[in-house]
Design a protein around this ligand. Structure first.
Ligand code: NAD
Ligand code: TYD
Length: 348
């Protein structure tokens, strides 16, 4: 298998590449194509680059650059695509939606066109999407694969659009595509703008913990390694033309989650004067269009491919907090943008 992974230097892509090469039965070659926006950090994979010289290659490229992408498909004889690359943060999409339309919609369209031109050599195009395409749930119920799309933010609208394109290319041109829609991921290597890494680092540094609105919005939390396993199962054994929901079975209100995290940080890194990190929680103005509740019914993935999440929220959070505590250099490099110098030296 010659697998093109887009966005492999971001949070989930990094974990997926590490999982494939270090922990799974994958025996092929990976070509990671990533533009290295603020969210992409190839330093995450520098040991992989060294340890798997024949099986891992990195190319800095924009998925909107059709010519460059086409030459990569030809040079590396790509037969499988796993598409992560995206602008991924809702708050950024509210302030500046342009890049979301460009990368998430036009970039996906470009990839689809290239794959369509080489249909004979492509055995799978797997598209990574989000449960946010389904909009907001009330107090009850779960998103299933047939829940109608109803996106609220420019981010989720752009992901919904890309999902529709992938599905249309399957139906119209017979593209061997699969799609997965997952809930909120957490774990190592996540950029500290998303809720959990932001709260972990602020709690460790004694800074305010900004909770939007009343803190009663509910998310389902999926440990990133569980997500990576699910994606690999879908690529290997999922049926083309199908969509799979991936959930963590860990629904929680934001405020309760942040409180739980505060208590864990207190235990792992007691604060000076033994104060509780809960005192740092600050309610701030709500996000516009803030979806109230997400919850996933992942029974199709369980019934068809035997996948269920293995990590409960408590142990996943413990591992995640420990990872951030054990990687102060990574945190410093990401927060100061220092890794950009490393990129300049290695890739320009
Ligand atoms: P991320 O923001 O951490 O990483 C995105 C990566 O894509 C970065 O490495 C960035 O450099 C790259 N990229 C951005 N624009 C590009 C372009 N034009 N060309 C090439 N590369 C580009 O995102 P993530 O959290 O790892 O999310 C990966 C995928 O999973 C996204 O498609 C996202 O929508 C989806 N998703 C994420 C979550 C989550 O909780 N993080 C949940 C559901 C779905
Ligand atoms: P986020 O990590 O941005 O993921 P998403 O919006 O894709 O679900 O946010 C998760 C939840 O946490 C969401 O309900 C918004 C909330 N939130 C806060 O309360 N404070 C914050 O500082 C952030 C970033 C998010």
């Amino acid at each position: 298998m010659n697998m093109l992974i887009t966005g492999g230097s971001g949070f989930i892509g990094t974990n997926f590449i590490r999982y494939l090469l270090l922990d799974s039965d994958f025996d092929g070659r990976i070509i990671n194509v990533d533009l290295l926006t603020y969210a992409g950090n190839p330093e995450n994979l520098k040991d992989i680059e060294k340890d798997f010289p024949g099986r891992y290659a990195f190319i800095q490229a924009d998925i909107c650059d059709k010519e460059k992408l086409a030459s990569i498909f030809n040079e590396f004889d790509i037969d499988t695509v796993c598409h992560f690359a995206a602008e991924s943060h809702v708050d950024r999409s509210i302030v500046a939606p342009d890049a979301f339309i460009q990368t998430n919609i036009i970039g996906t369209f470009n990839l689809l066109q290239i794959v369509r031109d080489r249909q004979k050599q492509i055995s799978r195009f797997h598209h990574i999407s989000t449960d946010e395409v389904f909009g907001s749930l009330g107090a009850d119920g779960f998103f299933t694969e047939t829940t109608p799309y109803d996106p609220s933010s420019p981010y989720s609208a752009s992901k919904a659009s890309s999902d529709h394109l992938v599905r249309a290319y399957h139906r119209t041109y017979g593209l061997p595509a699969t799609i997965s829609n997952c809930s909120n991921n957490y774990g190592p290597y996540q950029f500290p703008e998303k809720l959990l890494p932001l709260m972990i680092l602020n709690a460790l540094e004694g800074k305010a913990l900004p909770v939007y609105g009343d803190g009663k919005n509910i998310r389902d939390w999926l440990y990133v390694e569980d997500h990576c396993q699910a994606i690999w199962e879908i690529i290997k054994r999922g049926k083309t033309g199908e969509t799979y929901n991936i959930g963590g079975n860990c629904e929680m209100e934001n405020l309760s989650l942040v409180q739980m995290l505060c208590d864990m940080v207190d235990e792992l890194a007691p604060a000076k004067h033994k104060t509780s990190r809960r005192e740092l929680i600050t309610f701030v103005k709500d996000r516009p269009g803030h979806d109230r509740r997400y919850a996933i019914d992942a029974s199709k993935l369980k019934n068809d491919l035997g996948w269920t999440p293995k990590t409960d929220l408590k142990s996943g959070l413990q591992k995640t907090i420990a990872w951030y505590m054990e990687h102060p250099d990574w945190v410093k490099s990401v927060k100061t943008g220092e890794y950009r110098n490393w990129i300049k030296q290695h890739y320009k």
